[in-house]
Design a protein around this ligand. Structure first.
Ligand SMILES: C[S@@+](CC[C@H](N)C(=O)[O-])C[C@H]1O[C@@H](n2cnc3c(N)ncnc32)[C@H](O)[C@@H]1O
Length: 303
């Protein structure tokens, strides 16, 4: 039995949509509790991946993300979890022994170290620096404002200090469980299309791309903050059709343009042949993220 959950808080985390996702699993999966091959090409924090690992028997899985630091952390936890825990426990002890002003200084020092050492990282080949970098990623994620992991275009982590009284920096039990979940998992860094080589008949694929931004009055552009454009959404729809032809079972989530423009049928026209279901989620509903409300989101399956 595995009992894992995301080890990072990630923008666009899917915890809220979990029940809707479970309800949309193929009947064969629900009945047998087995998934021969699972692929998640936009893994982020991986909430659904971990849920499935806890509750289903998965033959093998492939996870992908374009963020090299995130992928480095997954790979390091898969193979060197003990070393990560040891270092993280030390950093936690040191941090929690400090008073608030010193903690703030400590945070900014680690943030600077994280950003300054980025250039020297060899993302393609494992080396012991990966352990320190994974430790820093988790530390910064647990102690920064809002507990999110945001990097600018240059890949620098730029979230300010967050004032948590007693943050759990090292969740040892969960890190071990995460490592177990990753044992039979191929972890790749790059574009979602890398997954094509692994798809065969019956493969379950969950796609959670950066959401297409809702139209915000006249200043609307098709560029999302993460640089995933309408062209990328179209490229993804083409991939979806190709994988459908191969006999894969696909679930895709995205924003519902009808929240801001009832005539915007972007996804209806891209996914004409498929099943589009609307589900509800609580999200920030203005551009500054200061007000929350329930909005509709899309879940698109090919079965
Ligand atoms: C909405 S998030 C996924 C959230 C995830 N489902 C969770 O529960 O945390 C989208 C992810 O896609 C990644 N991404 C953006 N463009 C990509 C691309 N072209 N190929 C693969 N991953 C990409 C981002 O780095 C981000 O982690």
């Amino acid at each position: 039995m595995i009992n894992s959950k995301p080890f990072l808080k990630w923008a666009g985390g899917k915890r809220q949509l979990m029940n809707d996702l479970i309800a949309r699993l193929p009947n064969s999966v629900t009945k047998t509790k087995k998934i021969a091959t699972y692929i998640e090409p936009f893994i982020g924090g991986g909430s659904f991946f971990f849920y499935l690992n806890n509750n289903y028997e998965i033959g093998k899985s492939v996870i992908i993300d374009i963020n090299p630091d995130l992928v480095l952390a997954y790979k390091t936890i898969k193979l060197h979890v003990k070393e990560v825990i040891e270092r993280l426990e030390n950093i936690q002890k040191e941090y929690l022994s400090l008073v608030s002003t010193e903690r703030e200084k400590f945070f900014y020092l680690k943030r600077m170290l994280y950003n300054e050492t980025q250039k020297g990282i060899d993302y393609a080949h494992y080396n012991p620096n990966w352990i320190e970098r994974t430790v820093l990623i988790i530390f910064l994620n647990r102690t920064c404002f809002n507990g999110l992991f945001r990097q600018n275009k240059k890949g620098e982590f730029n979230v300010p200090f967050g004032r948590y009284v007693n943050p759990k920096i090292c969740d040892k039990e969960n890190l071990f469980e995460v490592s177990k979940s990753l044992k039979k998992t191929v972890i790749l860094c790059g574009d979602f299309q890398l997954s094509e080589d692994y798809v065969t008949k019956g493969t379950l694929i969950y796609l959670d791309p950066p959401y297409r931004p809702l139209k915000q009055a006249a200043s609307f552009t098709s560029y999302s903050k993460e640089g995933f454009t309408d062209e990328d959404q179209k490229r993804l729809a083409d991939y979806y059709k190709r994988m459908d032809n191969l006999g894969a079972n696909l679930i895709l989530s995205n924003s519902d343009p009808h929240n801001s423009d009832i005539n915007d049928n972007f996804f209806e026209s891209l996914y004409k042949k498929f099943f589009i279901k609307k589900v509800r989620a609580n999200r920030n509903i203005n551009s500054k993220g200061t007000s929350r409300g329930s909005i509709s989101e899309l879940m698109i399956t090919n079965y």
